[in-house]
Design a protein around this ligand. Structure first.
Ligand code: AP5
Length: 214
């Protein structure tokens, strides 16, 4: 099964993708994570992407679609894919269809996480992750069970994303409204879009998505 998690910055795409990986044995394909890895490794793609990401704008369609194509080639046909943060433009949606067809795959569901915009800024500016395993936390909504110690791997080091400041978040939201939200009708005409209340608790959002997938 191949699905897209669609929603604005901070809607909970990464949080839910992680849980789906555990529940359904699927693979998370996050273009944001791939680009951050490229920035960290200072690859040519990373060097090109860094300034664009720091401004909160979108990296070129060609770059992100090539990353997705390469990941699908590496993971093989047996494992279901969760597209997290991709596609984000109409050109990427068209490219994804072409890529999936080439890999003998097709989309089963597009799950749109609906969240009110004030909550998004609060979620993103309070977010941090384990520096070792990447487990996500939030200052108010998801703290480690033992303060300062990652639940998953026991590390005591945490980090924040450079684009998680209020000014950049506002630009990321504008980009979402202008370029990403308009691709929904592309999938709605196929009858594969389901809206999920992303304002519910993390657990409840997972239950809603599980119900769609099973
Ligand atoms: P990307 O990494 O994709 O960031 P994003 O879409 O802005 O989304 P986020 O990761 O910020 O949010 P999320 O929805 O995953 O929320 P999360 O689960 O973390 O992209 C970053 C940049 O890379 C882009 O700006 C662009 O430059 C570039 N890029 C990436 N893909 C691209 C593409 N396809 N094309 C072009 N450029 C691309 O949750 C947020 C917080 O809220 C967490 O702390 C979490 O614990 C908390 N939370 C989650 N769910 C709930 C809930 N239900 N209740 C309470 N708190 C919750």
């Amino acid at each position: 099964m191949d699905i897209i998690l669609l929603g604005p910055p901070g809607a909970g795409k990464g949080t839910q993708a992680n849980r789906l990986v555990e529940h359904h044995g699927m693979r998370q394909l996050s273009t944001g994570d791939m680009l951050r890895a490229a920035v960290k490794a200072q690859t040519p793609v990373g060097v090109q992407a860094k300034e664009v990401m720091d401004r909160g704008e979108l990296v070129s369609d060609e770059i992100v679609s090539a990353l997705i194509d390469a990941e699908l080639t590496a993971m093989g046909p047996q494992v279901g894919a969760i597209f997290d943060g991709y596609p984000r433009t109409e050109a990427q949606a068209i490219a994804l269809d072409e890529i999936l067809a080439r890999h003998g795959r097709s989309l089963d569901h597009v799950i749109e996480l609906e969240v009110n915009e004030d909550a998004l800024v609060d979620r993103i500016t309070g977010r941090y992750t384990c520096a070792n395993c990447g487990e996500g936390y939030h200052e108010r909504y998801k703290r480690p069970r033992v303060e300062g110690v990652c639940d998953k791997c026991g590390s005591t080091e945490f980090k924040r994303r450079p684009d998680d400041n209020e000014a950049t978040v506002r630009t990321r939201m504008q980009e979402y409204r202008a370029k990403t939200a308009p691709i929904l009708p592309y999938y709605e005409t196929r009858g594969i879009v389901t809206k999920v209340d992303g304002m519910a608790s993390i657990e409840d959002v997972t239950h809603s998505i599980d119900a769609i997938l099973t």
